[in-house]
Write a protein that binds this ligand. Structure first.
Ligand code: EPU
Length: 332
């Protein structure tokens, strides 16, 4: 999706940040910290300053008997880090293979897939406080990680993440129970013990079978376009009486996670196209751009889906990517 920023500055080292902020008065009041841009939908041009974080580097911090510690620049491509680690037989990141975007964006929405989330391997986050003009290091326990959530998402205009510290476990405890993962491992036909690299390969195969990647021959997408709704147990049970096939996952604290993909598919949206904006035919949670759809076209389709799922199931879906510019309409 094409969009223009009034000003765009690449941040290649933390020392670039004050100079970028000094440009703000010339760029309008709006400010955005951007990673790879793969989880943002621009419904219009951006009337302000975009700081695109491109800080490189993987730094070895040391190890103890349980973990290896790394500090990784926020601009490093996420999947490149996953491949870098599994090629060295380091465990911890393999289930998060092929997620688009950068390392610095990973804590913002606490990326997660196939039973693992960033919070499981994060030791700390270094961020520049754009309001106070100084660096801050947050231990993982202070990052307020939740389902697709963190303090960096809640206070988005305040923090620019510069690096993420990882604690990668030395003992490889493969998580293969997510549907489809064992089958993808079996399809490899490999002998010998399971390695982080083989598990990453299997995860990639599962993802490629249902999600478009960012490769040129694939339709553009922001991955899952809606969050899986968290509802109270009573509501989940009432719905399950009417719809026994509704997938439900216990989420603790009297709450149940429902499958947004299932709700959208049941409401008849899978594979639907509105011009070049569409619902992916292999996964109902993914909105795609088949060519020339604008951000506004994608957002119009998303709102139709929200209204339809609301009418049919009484559940309000929330968008998972960041919708910009923020407005009363976007629900973010
Ligand atoms: N389903 C349908 N129709 C579909 C697809 C799925 O009914 O077209 C139902 C099936 O019952 C399936 C269930 O939905 O068992 C769950 O589907 P899936 O395993 O694909 O997971 P998801 O809940 O749709 C979440 C994440 C993905 C992540 C996968 C795997 C969110 C918003 N999405 O999707 O993350 O890759 O689990 O862990 O939590 C992303 O955030 O961009 C993303 C792709």
């Amino acid at each position: 999706v094409d969009a223009c920023a009034r000003c765009l500055v690449r941040i290649e080292t933390p020392t670039d940040i004050p100079a970028a902020l000094a440009l703000q008065p010339h760029c309008g009041a709006d400010r955005l910290v951007l990673g790879g841009g793969s989880n943002v939908l621009f419904t219009a041009d951006f009337p302000g300053l975009v700081m695109q974080v491109a800080i490189p580097g993987i730094q070895w911090l040391g190890e103890d008997e349980l973990y290896r510690y790394l500090s990784v620049g926020a601009g490093v491509n996420w999947h490149a880090l996953v491949r870098w680690s599994v090629e060295r037989d380091y465990a911890g990141l393999e289930n998060l293979a092929l997620i688009p975007g950068t390392v610095g964006a990973a804590p913002v929405q606490n990326i997660g897939a196939y039973g693992v989330e960033l919070a499981d391997v994060c030791r700390a986050v270094e961020a520049y406080d754009l309001e106070q003009g100084r660096m801050h290091r947050f231990a993982a326990a202070d990052c307020r990680f939740g389902y697709r959530d963190s303090r960096f998402k809640q206070e988005a205009s305040r923090w620019l993440i510069t690096a993420v510290e990882f604690a990668l476990p030395k003992v490889f405890e493969p998580k293969t129970d997510y549907p489809g993962v064992e089958a993808a491992l079996a399809a490899q036909g490999a002998a010998g013990p399971l390695t982080p690299r083989r598990l990453a390969d299997a995860i990639e195969a599962v993802r490629r079978s249902k999600l478009p990647s960012l490769e040129a021959d694939q339709p553009g997408s922001a991955g899952s376009f809606f969050k899986n709704p968290l509802v109270c147990t009573e509501l989940a049970e009432a719905l399950a009486k009417r719809y026994p096939a509704l997938p439900r996952y216990p989420a603790g604290e009297g709450r149940v996670k429902l499958s947004a993909a299932w709700l959208i598919e049941q409401a008849g949206w899978k594979g639907v196209r509105r011009g070049d904006a569409g619902v992916y035919d292999r996964h109902a949670l993914v909105l795609v751009n088949y060519g020339r759809a604008s951000g506004a076209d994608i957002w119009a389709l998303a709102k139709e889906i929200i209204a339809s799922v609301q009418e049919r199931f009484g559940i309000t879906l929330e968008p998972e990517p960041l919708i910009l510019p923020r407005d009363a309409d976007s629900g973010v």
